[in-house]
Design a protein around this ligand. Structure first.
Ligand code: ADE
Ligand code: ZN
Length: 332
């Protein structure tokens, strides 16, 4: 089997994808039109041309602008359904998707509108495509602690539909410690915990996510390699990192995919996984990310299998389900 065939054949779990970041320009135009909302671009081509980022913030500005056309429950359903169809193409059999409620509630959209649309798509993905999923709600870290507390309150009635809480948006200047009290309350309420750390921010932010937020996974975390003590901690605790190669390239976290550290992290025993982050903006979904690192870093078949195994081990599914998928990978 070629590497490409193996990538396609591997069942995979996606653990780091922002549903608002899967918004393809074609769907954005269609939804803008039916909601009679003006967007700043004349055509799909013009939108794609705007996707030239020099750092995280230059992307976030465009990402939040795009999300403004989402108004109705059906819009959120259509957004998530389009992503599930990509999962089916890429043999992503389980996904844990982030959503940013504050991007919508700040515009006057009800929390329930967002959640009900996404949840209905998740239910349909299970019955029609056989894809399982969990929802993870992220706090926007550029907003206040108070706003995060308010969002947590809004989520409590939906506790059984949201498996965890996360932390995203502009990293530098907004360290995890800013949200330590919110995450303590979320943990008490029974949510699992993840946080973006060590994407643009320093290794110290990863320490804070571990020790102050008490995360179950780190999102990105690629800058952990700058701190050998932190590396030992991640390896000892089998702490997963949800790495997003094409995102790192597009946001200039790395200058060239051949310089990406995912293979070194894997070889040192860090539980790294491959993910797409914001695939509509960064040039590819799950398999595109696998293909990009395989070509740039010469990954072996065993390494590709280990990355797929890690994705299930690091997921929030049951041990029985984990074992079932891992056995299928090992049989390939
Ligand atoms: N929101 C969407 N994608 C993100 C990323 N890569 N980092 C931080 N916040 C995000
Ligand atoms: Zn992300």
């Amino acid at each position: 089997m070629t590497q490409l065939d193996l990538i396609r054949a591997l069942p995979k779990a996606e653990l780091h994808v922002h549903i608002e970041g899967t918004f393809e320009p074609e769907l954005m135009f269609a939804i803008a039109q039916r909601n009679q909302i003006e967007i700043a671009y004349q055509s799909v081509e013009e939108v794609r041309q705007a996707y030239n980022f020099h750092n995280l913030q230059s992307f976030l500005d465009i990402y939040y602008a795009g999300a403004k056309v989402l108004i109705l429950e059906q819009d959120f359903y259509d957004l998530a359904w389009a992503y599930f169809e990509k999962c089916a193409e890429d043999n992503v059999v389980h996904t844990e998707m982030f959503f940013d409620p504050q991007t919508h509630t700040e515009r006057g959209i009800a929390f329930a509108t967002v959640l009900n649309g996404l949840k209905r798509a998740c239910d349909d993905a299970k019955t029609k495509l056989g894809i399982s999923s969990h929802l993870i709600m992220c706090f926007l870290r550029h907003l206040s602690e108070e706003a995060a507390f308010k969002t947590l309150e809004q989520a409590l009635p939906y506790k059984d539909q949201i498996i965890g809480v996360g932390l995203d948006s502009s990293e530098v200047g907004h360290p995890p410690e800013k949200f330590a009290r919110v995450f303590a309350k979320a943990r008490e309420a029974g949510f699992l915990i993840v946080a973006h750390a060590g994407e643009e921010g320093p290794a110290d932010y990863v320490w804070q996510a571990l020790d102050m937020l008490k995360v179950n996974r780190i999102d990105h975390g690629v800058r952990s390699e700058e701190d050998p003590e932190l590396m030992q901690r991640l390896i000892r605790d089998k702490m997963p990192l949800t790495v997003c190669p094409l995102s790192n390239l597009k946001l200039c976290v790395v200058d060239d995919m051949r310089e990406h550290n995912i293979r070194r992290l894997l070889q040192q025993g860090v539980k790294v996984t491959v993910n797409s982050d914001d695939p509509s903006y960064f040039g590819g979904y799950m398999n595109d990310n696998f293909i990009a690192i395989t070509q740039a870093l010469d990954l072996t078949a065993d390494e590709l299998k280990q990355l797929a195994i890690n994705s299930f081990e690091a997921s929030f599914i049951s041990d029985t389900e984990k074992q079932m998928w891992i056995a299928k990978i090992q049989a390939l």
